[in-house]
Unconditional design. Structure first.
Ligand code: NAD
Length: 504
């Protein structure tokens, strides 16, 4: 472990506030202890930002913005290209740190760093494509167009379960858009934040820059400061619905721009016309992968009555063979939950589902023999979509319900408050198109014959309803990080007014 930490410039005690290369700040605040969820043992400590350190960090991002906004976007792209390059170089150790600190398996940890690299590549291309439209003016000898300007220093608050990728979805786009940024990683994964900041510092130093990428590690109090901070015109928040709701209200209260990526309660409809082999594999990855701790984890299966028994039998067989254990060990497919609170929440959810008439087909128990935060992946057959099924329990519980008509399945699918990711497995074109139609899935992501998790960075990522409506990553998500300006230029020598108004 020491060798891994050393490769990433991490020590047993690390500073968690940083305003640029060689500008780490010792706030003197009591340290956060980052624990290994596999064993419960401490990995290392991080001294979080306090009020004064936070003020220094924001001031530095604010000052840097004044320079950075005037750097041509393709030149800003050069910096992000180098960020991608250093991430390529450190892909393995950083991926392993994600695995060590968060508990996802090594392949997923490394996949998360690959996602950072992918978004950097995307952002480099984007740095030459921050297009605005031109419009035909209704007035003679007038030209109208729109342009996109950088927004300012922005705030990025992230969840524990994607401790590095979510930062990069925001950071790579924000940087090419000309914004500087302050990042507050989750208090459960502060080492990932510090490790990434070291890499970003190297890139900034190579370009004689400072204050573009900054860090203010800490708990909710730092997040709260950011939400209230008038100097941060955009707060990108990724996390649970209750916290996101609070953050959104605070940011909206000062008429700032919240970008929300909140919880999901993602379902897969499995039709009687589905290829079950594909469906089983997708459900396994979606529901068991990351121990059910992805925002896009598959939590509900709505299966046609004709195939529900066969599907559940196959799933139960696959679940029972899932290798659970140390996520850094080869062959393991499921690691621990993030905290012992999460284990307790899972066991409570199982109890509530059983009280509602649910039947536990497999799992439903903790595995203290493997470590304090291990559980068994769980399948519960539900007679109805009761209240507990409509909640997001951040754990590997899969609720199975059945349907007879596609209309009924879609109604069940949509009758939850969250709206992130969704999928249908079917070989019927009509069913697939119905699911994707306006009367189909109400989620931000809707897939056919692909599971709910594992999105590519090229598409806009995010969800509707209580998921918060934000979009990050690909497509035109970059627009959230810029301000649009409409320009009209009169080169006529007259002053015609719009709508033909005469004012004389
Ligand atoms: P969380 O809400 O507990 O914490 C998220 C972040 O908010 C942390 O950095 C935390 O310190 C901070 N925070 C806490 N109180 C705050 C406050 N008052 N003001 C500002 N910030 C505050 O969430 P979590 O347990 O870390 O993450 C799991 C949740 O995140 C799940 O609901 C999951 O679905 C969601 N999530 C969503 C996406 C997405 O893209 N939609 C991605 C990952 C995770």
């Amino acid at each position: 472990m020491k060798t891994l930490l050393a490769k990433l410039q991490l020590d047993s005690i690390n500073l968690g506030a940083c305003s640029g290369p060689k500008k780490w700040i010792d706030s003197g605040a009591s340290p956060l202890t980052s624990c290994n969820p596999t064993t419960g043992a401490p990995i290392a400590q991080v001294i979080p930002a306090d009020g004064a350190a936070y003020a220094t960090v924001v001031a530095s991002a604010e000052a840097a913005f004044k320079q950075w906004r005037s750097v041509p976007a393709p030149k800003r792209g050069d910096v992000v290209r180098d960020l991608g390059a250093i991430l390529r170089e450190f892909k393995e150790p950083l991926g392993e740190l994600v695995s060590l600190e968060m508990g996802k398996i090594r392949a997923e940890g490394i996949g998360e760093v690959q996602e950072m690299i992918d978004i950097c590549d995307f952002a480099v291309g984007l740095s030459r494509q921050l297009y605005g439209l031109t419009m035909h003016s209704e007035r003679p000898a007038h030209r109208m167009y729109e342009q996109w300007h950088p927004l300012g220093p922005i705030g990025i608050i992230t969840a524990f379960n994607f401790p590095v990728a979510v930062w990069s979805w925001n950071a790579a786009l924000a940087a090419v858009c000309g914004d500087t940024m302050v990042w507050k990683p989750s208090e459960l994964t502060p080492l990932c934040g510090v490790a990434v900041q070291h890499l970003a510092n190297q890139v900034m130093a190579d370009h004689q820059l400072t204050g573009i990428f900054t860090l203010a590690a800490g708990a909710g109090d730092i997040g709260q400061r950011m939400a209230e901070d008038q100097r941060l015109p955009l707060i990108s928040f990724t996390g649970s619905i209750p916290t996101g709701r609070r953050v959104a209200q605070t940011v909206a209260g000062r008429l700032g721009r919240p970008l929300l990526e909140l919880g999901g309660n993602n379902a897969i409809i499995v039709s009687d016309k589905a290829e079950l082999d594909l469906a089983v594999r997708a459900i396994m990855f979606g529901a068991v992968g990351t121990a059910g701790q992805r925002c896009t984890s598959t939590r509900r299966i709505i299966a046609h009555a004709a195939i529900v028994d066969e599907l559940t039998t196959r799933l139960v067989n696959a679940y029972r063979q899932t290798p659970i254990g140390d996520p850094l060990q080869p062959g393991v497919l499921m690691g621990p939950l993030a905290t012992s609170r999460a284990v307790a929440a899972m066991l409570r959810a199982v109890e509530r589902a059983v009280a509602d008439g649910g039947v536990v087909l497999t799992g439903g128990v903790a595995r203290p023999d493997l470590g304090p935060q291990f559980v068994e992946p769980t399948i519960i057959r539900m007679p109805a979509q009761t209240e507990i099924v409509r909640e997001e329990t951040f754990a590997p519980i899969l609720y199975v319900m059945s349907y007879r008509s596609l209309d009924e399945a879609i109604a069940l699918h949509n009758s939850v408050t969250q709206g992130l990711s969704s999928a249908i497995f079917t070989d019927s074109l009509r069913e697939a198109e119905m699911f994707l139609s306006v009367a189909g899935s109400d989620c931000g992501i809707a897939n056919v014959n692909i599971g709910t998790s594992g999105a590519e960075i090229g598409g806009a990522f995010g969800g509707e309803k209580d998921t918060g409506g934000g979009r990050e990553s690909g497509s035109d998500a970059w627009k959230a990080y810029m301000r649009r300006q409409t320009n009209t230029i009169n080169w006529s020598g007259e002053l015609p007014l719009a709508q033909g108004i005469k004012f004389e």
